[in-house]
Design a binder for this molecule. Structure first.
Ligand code: PHE
Length: 450
């Protein structure tokens, strides 16, 4: 099987693709808005702790399993199981991951569709076509559906070209672009009046909130979502890494890029909110909390861009382009999960299966669009609130308790011969066995009982 499988052409190729998966709407939208609503740096601090202490170990588990099995998540989870019962259980966990990844793509493509429509609106504004711009920002069901389809079409086109020519090539083009746009926007926003208040809100922690259990739940959820964990994306990307590569370093690089971009996004969004306030825009809701979530992106920021004249129109264009790119490099990793499974299980043509699966996801997404109030929040909570932490827990238990320690060591040492004497090997096995499962159970339990 491994001969016909795709492989990343280089270390950098993998880091860009996996960071592309990790860096998404979760970083540029989710992280700053969570930080805004949960005590600024208090959230930032807890997020960094969660990312390194909980998410990185799980990311490593996925990368190691994937590269060891060189197969899709269902096959890979069975490979590391040691009896027929755990093989079936492992396969089911892999399969649930595939379903979760597809469902995440479902709601993700709806949000990404909004980003594209706002991108078009900014373009129309620049061209002076104000009525058309207005149309793009006030989409009905049909308009929404149209942009979901456009976004999924781009995703499918990239994935259908394969690992090297599609996923790696496009991540390598889009990730540097994303970084450049983000830096330019930060540089610009920080020169505006009011930005300093945003920096203060971001970096002066509200210490009361640091150990708030609710903040911990949110930080863990954010870290799992942001590192694309537990649904098979990192496992499948891991399966495309060459055996010569050092997984410990690669995993670390991806985690660092993910955290850095999230922190940078905070440097853009929070100051932008306070600049908006300085320009007379309301940034607090009735309860006295900072406006977050969709209202922030689609009301506060566009209102801010409006107050900035021509420059604002370009800033808006850059911002929604940034969001679209971030979403696209993540969505391709989500689609790759079911595609790899179908290609390897039914030995079908990749191109055909990509379009088939993308069409099924499109139909599901359209059902959500048509029943938005009923289904959207439900799908988000089901996948990110329940499925991701529980699958993460299952992954830790499988790696820590079912897979033989020596086999894991052998896998990592192929690209890191001295790993046995490294700090990683002193800490990680214990972590994945005890600390991560216990922490996930505690945090998840806290979420359920509250
Ligand atoms: N990590 C992506 C983000 O931050 C979301 C994602 C979740 C991607 C699960 C793949 C799998 O937006």
């Amino acid at each position: 099987m491994s001969l016909s499988r795709g492989e990343f052409s280089s270390r950098l190729g993998f880091v860009l693709a996996a960071s592309g998966s990790a860096v998404g709407l979760g970083n540029i939208w989710g992280f700053p808005t969570q930080a805004a609503s949960h005590g600024g740096a208090a959230f930032l601090m807890m997020y960094v702790v969660m990312a390194f202490c909980l998410a990185y170990p799980v990311l490593m588990a996925e990368l190691i399993i994937g590269r060891h099995a060189k197969a899709n998540s269902v096959a890979a989870m069975s490979v590391i199981s040691n009896n027929s019962f755990s093989r079936k259980l492992g396969a089911s966990i892999g399969f649930l991951g595939i379903v979760t990844s597809s469902l995440i793509l479902c709601f993700y493509s709806i949000v990404a569709g909004w980003m594209i429509s706002y991108l078009f609106a900014s373009l129309a504004n620049i061209l002076g076509l104000n009525d058309i711009a207005m149309w793009f920002t006030k989409l009905g069901v049909v308009g929404n559906a149209l942009f979901v389809l456009i976004f999924l079409m781009f995703t499918a086109i990239i994935v259908s070209s394969g690992v090297k020519q599609g996923i790696e090539k496009w991540s390598a083009r889009l990730m540097p672009l994303l970084l450049i746009i983000l830096l330019m926007l930060i540089g610009y926003v920080l020169t505006l009046d009011g930005a300093v208040d945003g920096l203060k809100a971001y970096f002066l922690p509200d210490f009361k909130q640091v150990l708030d259990p609710n903040l911990m739940v949110k930080a863990m959820g954010q870290a799992f979502f942001s590192l694309s964990l537990a649904v098979g994306t990192m496992l499948i990307y891991g399966s495309y890494i060459n055996k010569k590569e050092n997984l410990v370093v690669l995993g670390c690089a991806v985690t660092l890029v993910d955290i850095t971009i999230a922190v940078m996004a905070g440097l853009l969004i929070l100051p932008a909110m306070y600049v908006a306030q300085h320009n007379g825009i309301v940034i607090y809701d009735e309860a006295g909390l900072l406006i977050a979530q969709d209202k922030l992106i689609f009301t506060v920021l566009p209102a801010l861009f409006d107050t900035m004249g021509v420059v604002g129109a370009f800033a808006s264009l850059a911002f929604f382009l940034l969001m679209t790119i971030a979403a696209l490099t993540s969505s391709i990793s989500m689609l790759e999960v079911p595609v790899a499974y179908a290609v390897e299980t039914y030995t079908v043509n990749r191109n055909y299966i990509v379009w088939l699966i993308a069409s099924i996801i499109a139909v599901l997404a359209l059902i959500v669009v048509c029943n938005f109030k009923l289904l959207f929040g439900f799908v988000v909570t089901l996948t990110t609130g329940y499925s991701q932490p529980l699958l993460g827990l299952a992954l830790c238990i499988f790696t820590g308790w079912m897979w033989h320690r020596n086999k894991i060591l052998l896998e990592i040492s192929q690209g890191y011969p001295n790993v046995e004497h490294s700090l990683f090997w002193k800490v990680w096995p214990f972590y994945i066995r005890y600390v991560c499962p216990a922490a996930i159970i505690m945090v998840f339990g806290q979420q359920i009982f509250n």
